[in-house]
Design a protein around this ligand. Structure first.
Ligand code: HSE
Length: 315
């Protein structure tokens, strides 16, 4: 068996994720089994982190470690543990950048999981979460965990607290599928956060609280009618929808085709819908056609929710 101490390199996969899941802005997210990023880490003499290569669907990213999400996350780990050695990283992007599918989080998570496999001491996932959060902050300009936590832990994940976050995996009814439609445009998370109002009417806060509670209760009890009633974002979606051409029509098309609910994936522009397995293809086609009517081509997926989270997949 290869131990961490004797291992020269490790490659980790981290799945994409749907941040917010409509009702849990910055605190709720779930993985997407269909997509992910890979990072290969190799131990190098002397401290520090170097990005050796970026390949895949998007390669125009900073090579300077402190400006790169995976680089910064691994650097945070290397410095916090005061390791006498450093890491070389090779990043393979499987997630389009600025798509709202948690690409920066997945790179950060895959980076720390790969590097942690080369560290002599055991690091638990709560420690890795904190390092990955520092990587995510480089990309989005803020510390939020709704992509990092599911990508690292797997499944539908609620995170409570920032300094010492509690991470709770929520069961998802077996038949649920997530339909994702990514229109061919880029929407930087930073820009989609800057437009948000700091003030929210109390009536909307109450409605959103009910929706979050109802959604979680529906997931725990397998109550699809309750999920359908509560998978509705009345706070963030109304502020961001104008950033995505055709959003209202895409959402309406998903609901008309039988989706339980539909909203913006993370900061967008990807739109997601939860649906029963039997309706998923109809929902996907309806959403793609609605974007096409607004002149936007798109990529689309019907995905299960990856329950395993990030893992080492090779050397
Ligand atoms: N929850 C954050 C946002 C990040 O909506 O801005 C999404 O990936």
């Amino acid at each position: 068996m290869t131990t961490a101490a004797s291992r020269a390199s490790a490659t980790a996969f981290a799945p994409a994720s749907v941040g917010n899941v409509g009702v849990g802005f910055d605190i709720l997210g779930h993985t997407v089994a269909a997509l992910g990023d890979r990072v290969r880490a190799t131990r190098r003499a002397g401290p520090g982190v170097a990005i050796r290569a970026i390949t895949g669907v998007y390669v125009d990213l900073p090579l300077e470690a402190a400006r790169n999400t995976a680089g910064m996350a691994v650097l945070a780990m290397q410095q916090d543990l005061e390791l006498p050695y450093g890491f070389d990283l090779e990043i393979e992007k499987g997630i389009p950048l600025g798509s709202g599918l948690g690409g920066s989080a997945a790179s950060a998570v895959a980076g720390v999981v790969a590097a942690a496999a080369l560290v002599d001491e055991h690091l638990d996932r709560t420690q890795l979460l904190k390092y990955a959060m520092q990587g995510e902050a480089v990309a989005s300009g803020s510390v939020h965990v709704d992509n990092i936590a599911p990508s690292l832990f797997g499944g539908l994940v609620l995170t409570v607290g920032i300094d010492n976050p509690f991470v709770k995996q929520i069961p998802v009814p077996e038949l649920i599928r997530c339909v994702l439609v990514h229109p061919h445009m880029v929407l930087p998370t930073r820009a989609a956060r800057e437009i948000l109002s700091k003030m929210v009417p109390l009536s909307d806060v109450i409605w959103q609280q009910a929706n979050l509670a109802g959604f979680l209760a529906g997931c725990f009890s397998g109550d699809l009618a309750l999920i359908r009633e509560s998978l509705l974002d009345v706070v963030i979606e109304p502020q961001r929808q104008a950033l995505i051409p055709g959003f209202i029509e895409v959402k309406q098309a998903a609901l008309a085709a039988g989706a339980l609910g539909s909203s913006i994936s993370g900061a967008g522009p990807t739109v997601f819908a939860w649906s029963d397995e039997a309706d998923a293809e109809k929902v996907r086609v309806a959403m793609v056609e609605a974007f096409a009517r607004h002149g936007l081509e798109s990529d689309s997926w019907i995905s299960t929710i990856d329950r395993a989270g990030a893992r080492v997949v090779g050397d």
